[in-house]
Design a protein around this ligand. Structure first.
Ligand code: SP5
Ligand code: ZN
Length: 357
């Protein structure tokens, strides 16, 4: 069978070389590497999927989802880092923050953007493992174009589209990035679907980690419901500070957020039962479109999470999420290069069985 799902691809995604991550004070190799995108693309192409180039989009939707100052900051950070002489003089080959303007530090003072880039590097960043290098901005912006192109396809009548976004995005809030993510591709796709006429969008996040960024972007709003399955952040897993069951939305968005944190070691049966509960809640809303944050890092083989889902589990998940409404799938995490392609293919095949039947 030929996989009928359009795969949206931006060649620029290969230009982002994070060069590792500083974790607990030590620079490690990191797992969010360009080869991830190549194995995903090659596997889906070999299965016959049509590859659609990401189409350039203007910044309109991007700058409503994110603080425009975050967008400008990401575009300027690397050139400013170079102009300050860090790579040449000190061998500091990536932009990494060292001071973070937490609410406790400011204690009510206005949040500034200090002119010196080494001070400013922490202005919009919340961790030390989300490095910026020479090709990062082109890849970050290319991933946004891929998400917007996939949303265009579904907004104009396609039943399913998959955006092979790299770098991933679900950890990025309106004005803060981290977790190997820089701009929130899934939130941007959801906003684009609203702009294309959807009255209500459901975001279903099956990455092994909680999508704290997407949650908070829509936390006060009833037009985008967010539901997530993820390893319990209270059990020692990123993002540590969000993803708890008590987080249900706020104000007009109260009741439009659902977190199902799962214990480390969760396998197919419990993971799919939780996904079934999320899908039932999403279905009850009658969404006009669905955005899936497709992290493949809940797989048993993945080095970055303790969730133990199989390829068969992902296939079933694809079938479940795509049965709700026209669906945009956005690539998030997933780091085990030998199994990554097969996991994505199984998910898209599962999705295609309901979407085109
Ligand atoms: C999009 C996504 O999946 N982001 C994941 C961010 C969580 N990364 C946490 C990394 C913690 C350090 N990993 C060390 C692995 C063993 N060296
Ligand atoms: Zn993840």
């Amino acid at each position: 069978m030929t996989l009928p799902v359009p795969v949206v691809w931006s060649e620029d995604c290969l230009l982002h070389e994070p060069g590792g991550e500083v974790w607990l004070g030590v620079r490690e190799d990191g797992t969010e590497v360009p080869a991830r995108a190549l194995v995903l693309r090659d596997t889906l192409m070999a299965a016959g999927a049509p590859v659609v180039p990401a189409r350039p989009h203007d910044d309109g939707i991007l700058r409503t989802v994110h603080d425009p100052e975050l967008v400008d900051h990401l575009a300027r950070l690397w050139p400013d880092w170079v102009a300050a002489g860090f790579p040449a003089q000190y061998g500091r080959d990536r932009a990494v923050p060292y001071v973070f303007p937490t609410t406790g530090l400011l204690a009510g003072l206005p949040l500034r953007s200090p002119p010196a880039v080494h001070g400013r590097a922490g202005r919009f960043c919340y961790d030390t493992m989300t490095l910026v290098g020479p090709g990062s901005w082109a890849a970050i912006r290319g991933a946004v174009d891929a998400a917007l192109t996939a949303a265009d396809l579904v907004g104009s009548g396609e039943r399913l589209a998959y955006a092979l976004c790299r770098p991933p995005g679900h950890h990025v809030t309106r004005a803060a990035y981290g977790g190997s993510c820089y701009l929130n591709n899934a939130a941007i796709a959801a906003q684009a679907l609203l702009a294309a006429g959807a009255g209500r969008v459901a975001v279903i996040d099956i990455d092994a980690h909680h999508g704290n960024g997407t949650q908070m972007i829509f936390y006060d709003r009833p037009d985008v419901w967010y539901g997530s399955l993820h390893v319990d952040p209270g059990a020692g897993w990123f993002p540590h500070y969000a993803g708890y069951a008590a987080e249900r939305g706020r104000g007009d968005g109260d009741g439009f957020n659902r977190n199902l944190p799962l214990p480390p070691g969760t396998g197919d049966d419990d993971w799919l039962a939780a996904l079934d509960a999320l899908c039932a809640e999403a279905r009850a809303l009658g969404p006009d479109a669905v955005v899936v944050s497709l992290g493949l890092d809940a797989a048993a083989t993945d080095p970055e999470s303790p969730v133990r889902v199989t390829e068969a589990g992902y296939r079933t998940a694809g079938r479940m999420v795509a049965s709700l409404a026209p669906t945009v799938l956005i690539q998030e995490g997933g780091y085990d290069l030998p199994t990554l392609g097969a996991l994505a293919l199984a998910t898209l095949e599962g999705a295609a069985t309901t979407a085109y039947s």
